[in-house]
Design a protein around this ligand. Structure first.
Ligand code: SF4
Ligand code: SF4
Ligand code: SF4
Length: 256
């Protein structure tokens, strides 16, 4: 029987994506039979892991220990998956980048002397080679299940280049921007969630990250002007982009 061994690696994150993994496997008799969990950061020392088919890495790299951990994992894994928006783009914790680190730590922890973090919050691909990116906050469990099935039975590279608007069209969801004048980040955001927020009449706030396959700096600037005219402040949109798309923004800025 074809089986796949999986390591679940947790960096700076909330465990929401790991929960999606557990739920996806528990909901599928096929995956329950074929997926073997061989390592989980929260319960095991990495020395217990020799090699693994798939490393699912949740979270961004915010400490020196995490940097060493992911490098070691990379050397033992056939396939490294950046699991969720934190791993793919930096995540909400990237909102602290550029702020006074000491002030942020004092505001967040009762015993700040025990906190040791790097000044920058890095997406996984800035530390190791990443084979597959599955963004989403949390990641879509169905997408993850499809990826695992693909790994078990073989298949080509997984690539998602649509924006969230494509999902509204497919699902027959009425556009909230057009029908209600609600600002929505869908046109510049990766698809993959099934148009979750627009299907409840809300605008997308970009948790699947900025889709730089479809949007360059010039298009983004023009789109932000549209959002501003619809009443979304530049401060709010910048805060969302920093929280969910930090590394993508940095890439856009580097491209000039
Ligand atoms: S992407 Fe969202 S759900 Fe997943 S670990 Fe990060 S904050 Fe949690
Ligand atoms: S609701 Fe948002 S994501 Fe959906 S089509 Fe309109 S702009 Fe695009
Ligand atoms: S619509 Fe946007 S904010 Fe809502 S779940 Fe999808 S990507 Fe995230």
């Amino acid at each position: 029987m074809r089986k796949v061994s999986v390591a679940v690696v947790k960096l700076t994150s909330c465990s929401g994506c790991i929960n999606e993994f557990l739920y996806a496997v528990a909901s599928s008799p096929e995956l329950l039979r074929r997926v073997t969990l061989v390592y989980a950061t929260e319960f095991q020392d990495l020395n217990t892991l020799e090699e693994v088919d798939v490393a699912l890495v949740e979270g961004s790299v915010a400490t020196q220990q995490q940097e060493e951990l992911v490098k070691s994992v990379r050397s033992r894994a056939r396939l490294v998956v950046a699991l969720g928006t934190c791993a793919v783009f930096g995540g909400v914790q990237a909102a602290r980048v550029g702020e006074d680190l000491r002030r942020v730590i004092l505001a967040s922890y009762p015993n700040p002397d025990f906190v040791s973090v790097l000044p920058e919050v890095r997406s996984l691909d800035r530390v190791v080679r990443v084979d597959v990116r599955l963004q989403g906050c949390p990641v879509n469990g169905d997408s993850l299940a499809r990826l695992l099935v693909k790994v078990i039975y073989g298949g080509g590279e997984v690539s998602i280049v649509e924006n969230a608007c494509s999902e509204c069209k497919r699902a027959g969801v009425q556009c909230v921007m057009v029908s209600k004048g609600v600002p929505c980040l869908g046109p510049v955001t990766f698809g993959g969630c099934g148009a979750l927020c627009p299907s409840f009449g809300r605008g997308c706030y970009g948790c699947y990250g900025l889709n730089t396959s479809l949007v360059d700096a010039e298009r983004l600037a023009k789109f932000l002007e549209v959002l501003e005219k619809m009443g979304m402040s530049r401060e709010d949109v910048n805060s969302l982009l920093k929280s969910f798309s930090y590394s993508a923004l940095a890439r856009l800025q580097a491209r000039g």
